[in-house]
Design a protein around this ligand. Structure first.
Ligand code: PAF
Length: 278
């Protein structure tokens, strides 16, 4: 596996391979890789001639300096894992390489960021779209792979890629879970033992809401989920039931599909998860 750290070298590698007719799959990550990421890598490997995994902790998508500082950085373990998985290139650029001119580009996310992560993490999705489109411009992949765990992120990236005219396939990959249901996340490594034991309540409330919506209605289902998480000493930020296409909250008269989405603090660690519940 090649480790590339400069934008020039990455772009040259991609241009050379694309002009020889090879397809490239890109898996954008912020590192601290786990088996959830490897499932994206495997999907990319099965559908492309070559696979690039970017490892870049994107400062402009963090809401606080302390969250950015605390984000785990595990270059040696990440490169070993990617090498074993059969990845062709690990793209590991510096902040200066990715954002040589600095500056924030503003995107109109057309309401997809109005609820859930949007109001709770102002500027977050704007930063995600900026880095992902920058990676698309550098690597020029035929397809890019993202986890469904970040449901709102996936919808926003799909929307932005289509609107900005990137002719690539944005592929969503199923959430990988621990045995007790906790969604795999790089942040899980930061959980204390106590909150690691309590955190699976997040998946429990998602699963329970499947039956509760029909029985109790939308508002009571949401209130029940919030109360269950609080009873486990988590601090839920939201438990929302939304339309998967518009990400707008549903009401009892909505007859179509429903995605339950949740964010909760387990001690000092913010976790998110989601599930199709109808
Ligand atoms: O999901 C993530 O890890 C990040 O938001 C992404 C897509 C790599 C952009 O920095």
């Amino acid at each position: 596996m090649k480790v590339i750290t400069t934008v020039n070298e990455m772009a040259l590698w991609s241009d050379g391979n694309l002009s020889s007719g090879r397809t490239i799959g890109l898996v954008p990550t912020m590192g601290a890789l786990h088996s959830g990421h490897i499932s994206l890598v495997n999907k990319a490997l099965s559908a492309n001639d070559l696979v690039v995994v970017s490892v870049f902790v994107n400062p402009i998508q963090f809401n606080s300096a302390s969250d950015l500082d605390r984000y785990p950085r595990t270059f040696d373990a990440d490169s070993a894992l990617l090498g074993q998985a059969g990845v062709d290139v690990m793209f590991f650029p510096s902040v200066k390489e990715v954002y040589p001119a600095g500056g924030i580009v503003e995107y109109d996310l057309e309401g997809l960021d109005e609820h859930m992560e949007g109001p709770n993490r102002p500027g977050h999705f704007n930063g995600v779209v900026q880095v992902v489109t920058r990676l698309f411009d550098i690597v020029k992949p035929n397809a890019a792979y993202f986890g469904e765990k970040d449901f709102q992120q996936l919808a926003i990236i799909r929307h932005a890629a289509a609107k900005l005219g990137y002719g690539l396939n944005v592929v969503g990959c199923p959430t990988v879970r621990e045995e007790d249901g906790l969604a795999k996340s790089s942040r899980n490594a930061l959980l204390t033992d106590e909150f690691r034991q309590r955190a699976p309540v997040i998946f429990e409330v998602l699963e329970e809401s499947m039956g509760l919506i029909a029985e109790k209605g939308i508002q009571k289902t949401k209130a029940h989920a919030m109360a269950m998480m609080t009873a486990q000493q988590l601090r839920p930020e939201y438990f929302e039931l939304v339309r998967p296409d518009t990400l707008q909250p549903v009401t009892d008269d909505w007859d179509g599909p429903v995605q339950a989405c949740v964010a909760a603090w387990a001690g000092e660690v913010r976790l998110i998860d989601n599930l199709r519940v109808k």
